[in-house]
Design a binder for this molecule. Structure first.
Ligand SMILES: C[S@@+](CC[C@H](N)C(=O)[O-])C[C@H]1O[C@@H](n2cnc3c(N)ncnc32)[C@H](O)[C@@H]1O
Length: 187
């Protein structure tokens, strides 16, 4: 199943059908609040635009994704970003070694308990992804890939929530999608 999905993503990246040529707006917005040293992890990094922006800010960055095509593109554009081919959530990293985790436009709830394990105390999680929208037709999307209202706040209760907005209208695949943005700090 996931090998099939990885092949699908490879195809999208090959055909340039998923080409966002720049970092996500939300990352640009919160970047000044993020540490300028240490290590960052970009989960499902795609072509590496977000990982690179973070790396330019200061930290060393490891980006993981299951699309080899995306990782190759990332490597050629951003040799400063380290990368690993990983089928999430099957990821095995040393606990407590990251200062920042980026999770943009990817949702696997099995990753949520890993974030506090991988982050150092005081480490930052920057997350943006789609939310269930009762007012629009999302039949082309799988429900499991959509956050529910309030879900992130519940999953990361006890964290310091620095930014939270669950009513963002973001452009995805040429459509306006309801998205959630959160910048949170591990206690
Ligand atoms: C919508 S793209 C987002 C890419 C990037 N984070 C961004 O914000 O532009 C989703 C990414 O998740 C990756 N992905 C999906 N399922 C994955 C899995 N099980 N393991 C690793 N990567 C996965 C895809 O290859 C793709 O690069």
């Amino acid at each position: 199943m996931s090998r099939y999905q990885a092949a699908e993503w490879d195809e999208r990246y090959q055909s340039s059908g998923h080409n966002l040529a720049s970092p996500r707006e939300f990352l640009v917005e919160v970047l000044p609040q993020l540490p300028r040293e240490g290590w960052g992890l970009d989960v499902a990094m795609g072509e590496g635009h977000n990982a690179n922006l973070l790396a330019e800010h200061g930290p060393q960055v490891l980006g993981v994704d299951f699309s080899l095509v995306a990782l190759r593109k990332a490597k050629s554009m951003y040799p400063n970003v380290q990368s690993a081919l990983v089928n999430l959530p099957q990821i095995h990293l040393k606990p407590g070694c990251f200062d920042v985790i980026l999770n943009f436009w990817f949702l696997d709830r099995e990753m949520f308990p890993l974030y506090p394990q991988y982050l150092k105390p005081g480490g930052y999680l920057v997350l943006e992804t789609m939310r269930f929208d009762p007012d629009s037709d999302q039949s082309h999307l799988r429900l499991e890939y959509l956050l529910q209202s309030g879900e992130l706040l519940q999953s990361f209760s006890g964290w310091e929530i620095l930014v939270y907005d669950e009513n963002v209208k973001a452009n995805a695949k040429g459509k306006q999608q309801l998205a959630v943005r959160m910048l949170a700090r591990k206690p």
